[in-house]
Design a binder for this molecule. Structure first.
Ligand code: DGY
Length: 323
C-alpha cells in the first residue's frame, strides 16, 4: 500500500508556481477564499493538517493548536508573527517559521516614503486639491515639516530599521535609535546611527518611526505619556503593528496639533480603522502594504515554502547529515 503523504494547508491562494513546490512532498489543500480567515475555518483546516502555510490574517492560537493533533510545522508568510501563539506552538514542539530578510528593503522604502508623505502633507494636499479647494499658489499653503537636516528616531533597529537609517543618510538626517541592546559598532557606523535611551529618542526625534516587533510587553508602547514626551511638532510613522500605538491618544495628539502628522500602515483592529484617526486630516493611512511589491511578495512565499519543507523534514537535504 502506498504510504500517505503529509497534509499541508495553504491558507489562501498565493502563487501557484511557488506553491507547486509543496506538491512534490505533500498533499496540499488550499482555502479558495482570500477572506476566509474566520477562527472556525482555520480550526477546520488545521484539524487533520501536518503542516500549514499561513499569513498574518490567520490567528493560530491555543484553541486552534489544541484542535490540530497532527500539526508539526507552521510557516508564516511574513516577518511579524504575532498572529501565532508561539508559546503554545513550542509547548507542543511545533516548529514555527517566518520570512525575515527578503522584505527588508521594500519595507524600508515604504517606511521612509510614509514618513515623508506625512511630514510633507502629501495626501492631505492631494485631498484638498481633489476637493476643488485650491484657488491658486499660496505662500502659506500646506507648509510641512523638514526632512533634510532633521532628526530621525527609529524605535526597533532590526533589519528594516537599519534599512530606513541607511536611507536617511542620503537625506542628511541625524539618526537616533533605541533597542534594548546596542548594535555592534560596525553596524552603527554603517547606518550612521546613535543609540539613545527611549526617553531621549522621544524627546529628540523630529520624525519617529516604529519598526519593532509587537509583543504583549510593548502593547501601546506609544501611549498618551509617550506621546506627551515627543517633541512638539514631530511626526510618528508606524509600519510595524497597530497594537504598538494607543490610537485614541494619537488621534488626540494629532487633533490638538501637538504632533504635526502621522503615517500609519498598520492598525490595532485591522481592517477596521479607528474613526478618531480617519477624522484627522493630518494622518496618512495606508492598508498594511509596506512589503507589497510583487517581487517581495513572491520572495516571501518562496522562503515560507522552503521553510515549511525543511521544518517538515522533507526536501533534497532531508536525512543528509549536516556539517
Ligand atoms: C510582515 O511581514 O510582518 C508584514 O507586516 C507584512 O508583510
Amino acid at each position: 500500500m502506498a504510504e500517505s503523504r503529509p497534509k499541508v494547508w495553504v491558507s489562501q491562494p498565493l502563487y501557484e508556481d511557488l506553491e507547486a513546490r509543496l506538491e512534490q512532498w505533500f498533499d496540499v489543500t488550499r482555502t479558495a477564499q482570500v477572506t476566509d480567515h474566520a477562527p472556525a475555518a482555520i480550526a477546520a483546516a488545521l484539524a487533520d493538517a501536518d503542516g500549514a502555510l499561513v499569513t498574518l490574517n490567520d490567528r493560530i492560537g491555543a484553541a486552534e493548536i489544541a484542535g490540530a493533533p497532527r500539526l508539526r510545522a507552521v510557516a508564516n508568510v511574513g516577518v511579524g508573527y504575532n498572529n501565532l501563539d508561539v508559546a503554545a506552538l513550542a509547548a507542543r514542539g511545533i516548529v514555527a517559521t517566518n520570512t525575515p530578510g527578503v522584505l527588508t528593503e521594500t519595507t524600508a522604502d515604504f517606511g521612509f516614503a510614509l514618513m515623508m508623505a506625512a511630514a510633507r502633507r502629501i495626501t492631505e494636499a492631494e485631498h484638498w486639491l481633489r476637493d476643488g479647494r485650491w484657488q491658486g499658489w499660496g505662500f502659506h499653503q500646506m507648509l510641512g515639516a523638514e526632512i533634510h537636516g532633521s532628526t530621525l528616531g527609529i524605535l526597533g533597529m532590526g533589519r528594516i530599521g537599519q534599512g530606513i537609517a541607511r536611507r536617511a543618510r542620503g537625506f542628511g538626517m541625524r539618526v537616533l535609535y533605541h533597542n534594548r541592546s546596542r548594535l555592534p559598532d560596525a553596524v552603527e557606523r554603517d547606518c550612521a546611527a546613535t543609540w539613545v535611551a527611549r526617553e531621549s529618542l522621544l524627546a529628540e526625534s523630529d520624525h519617529l518611526v516604529l519598526v519593532l516587533p509587537y509583543t504583549a510587553a510593548n502593547h501601546h508602547v506609544i501611549d498618551a505619556v509617550a506621546l506627551a514626551r515627543m517633541k512638539p511638532g514631530a511626526t510618528l510613522t508606524n509600519i510595524a503593528r497597530g497594537g504598538l500605538v494607543d490610537e485614541g491618544a494619537l488621534a488626540d495628539a494629532l487633533q490638538a496639533g501637538r504632533l504635526a502628522a502621522a503615517g500609519l500602515d498598520v492598525f490595532e483592529g485591522e481592517p477596521a480603522v479607528d474613526p478618531r484617526l480617519t477624522a484627522c486630516r493630518n494622518v496618512v493611512l495606508t492598508p498594511h502594504i509596506a512589503s507589497a511589491s510583487l517581487p517581495t511578495r513572491r520572495a516571501m512565499v518562496s522562503l515560507a515554502v522552503d521553510n515549511l519543507v525543511a521544518a517538515m523534514g522533507q526536501g533534497p537535504d532531508a536525512g543528509r547529515p549536516s556539517d
